[in-house]
Design a protein around this ligand. Structure first.
Ligand code: LLP
Length: 424
């Protein structure tokens, strides 16, 4: 393995055959905290953020971390302290932002199905903007705001009908998707929004999908959004901010997405060329800020040779790492200690009672029962999507800062899981 190709490098690297995250040896962390264990590098998160910050230097732009990627309080705190705002999709996420020291005025609220109660809570808190996804939502939000004697700041999420060329489950900007308001109906929706007494139009928003690895879909979406802004403003409705969503991919298995600064250099050049370079800009990146900052450590329980397949049964499962089961996603699985010993090909599977409970297929590994493995690129959409299926407690999480390890979430116990349940 070429060390610089390791997703997460240089914050994740082998030294003397041992895998380190920042200054700490992952084997030591596994021993101290047990497995399965999520381990995150704070420096890797800040490094990923810095690429966006470089791109936006001298611009009016704000990064709203899409916290659905990883909403653990300790992770949110890193981004709040670094000056980020947050993109939320529920009142629960708003509560997390506030608990982590973030401010409501830096929050934007996305999602197709906000409830009245969630709208109320967000208005009370004083969030920056609602990204509205349907005409019906405009009416309800105006109604809720009026009933509270408030005016809700809104931007409409446009569905530009652009193919982001990613997995169908995470592509959101195509006509057949449930997200946003169709390009053709956008002007009408803005006219409607502007006519509602409980709303104030502040911006426009677009998010076309996730794990996008080329620049073109962004360029296409950008042009379509700017065409719309021109139309909307010709109709006399000012659009103060432009929100281009998130979606930038990461390297899972040799993927080569553009670096955030290169992507944004191209997009800003187009914005400048079209006279929009000085607008207030917002983005909502999630995965690209945290995905490769995290790994999941897991212990090999049993090796089970078979006629057709060899299985390497680990103590992490689809409830901890749902992406392979949900999207057939690929995560690299590497040993914590490199060796030259012969490898065998295994399906790496968890203990959950489902054939879909696999973490990696056909992986060449030199593994023995008791060894610890690292599942890479596990900082985004792993812990935040983890479940208690099979009454498995969710893993602990540790945030590394140089040579310090901070436990940011204790391992979930059975008592945690059954709290709130009762017998008849
Ligand atoms: N903004 C909105 C409105 C979104 O829906 C999303 C992600 C983002 C921003 C952040 O996108 P990112 O920068 O992380 O690509 N669970 C899937 C990914 C689902 C993405 C959902 N929306 C996965 O594990 O691949």
């Amino acid at each position: 393995m070429n060390a610089s190709d390791l997703p997460g490098a240089p914050f994740l690297a082998y030294r003397d055959q041992q895998l380190f995250i920042e200054q700490l040896r992952l084997q030591d962390l596994a021993q101290q905290h047990g497995t399965p264990l999520f381990v995150y590098s704070k420096a890797a998160m800040l490094h990923a953020l810095s690429a966006y910050q470089r791109a936006f230097a001298g611009r009016q732009a704000k990064v709203h971390y899409a916290m659905k990627a990883n909403s653990s309080l300790g992770v949110l705190q890193v981004f709040a302290q670094a000056g980020c705002g947050f993109d939320i999709v529920s009142a629960g996420e708003l509560a997390r932002v506030l608990a982590a020291g973030g401010q409501a005025k830096d929050v934007i609220f996305s999602g197709v199905g906000k409830t009245r109660q969630e709208m109320q809570l967000a208005l009370q808190a004083g969030i920056a903007c609602f990204n509205v996804e349907s005409e019906a939502e405009l009416d309800v939000l105006s109604d809720v705001a009026l009933s509270m004697g408030q005016v809700a700041p809104v931007s409409i999420r446009v569905n530009p009908n652009v193919d982001p060329k990613t997995h169908p489950y995470i592509s959101t900007g195509l006509k057949g998707n449930k997200f946003g308001i169709a390009h053709e109906r956008t002007l009408q929706a803005y006219r409607h929004a502007a006519s509602l007494p409980g709303l104030k139009v502040t911006g426009i928003d677009c998010h076309i999908g996730s794990q996008i690895t080329t620049t073109e879909p962004y360029m296409d979406a950008l042009d379509k959004v700017l065409d719309l802004v021109e139309q909307i403003e010709r109709a006399g409705i000012p659009v103060d901010h432009l929100d281009f969503g998130g979606g930038l991919g990461i390297n899972y298995n040799g993927d080569t997405p553009p670096p955030a600064d290169a992507l944004w250099a191209s997009l800003l050049a187009r914005l400048d060329a079209r006279g929009f370079g000085q607008r207030q800009l917002m983005i909502e990146p999630g995965r690209s800020l945290v995905g490769n900052a995290g790994v999941c450590l897991t212990q090999v329980q049993f090796l089970k040779p078979g006629e057709q397949k060899n299985f390497c049964i680990i103590d992490a499962a689809m409830n901890d790492l749902p992406r392979p089961a949900m999207y057939e996603a690929y995560h690299q699985i590497v040993p914590l200690t490199l060796s030259n010993a012969a490898t065998q090909v295994y399906d790496v599977v968890g203990p959950v009672c489902e054939s879909g409970d696999w973490i990696g297929r056909d992986r060449a590994l030199n593994a023995q029962a008791g060894d610890t493995l690292a599942v890479l690129s596990a900082g985004a959409y792993c812990m935040s999507m983890a479940s208690n299926y099979n009454t498995r407690g969710r893993p602990a999480e540790v945030l590394i800062d140089g040579d310090k390890a901070h436990v940011i979430r204790a391992r979930e116990t059975v008592a945690d899981q059954i709290r709130g349940e009762s017998l008849v």
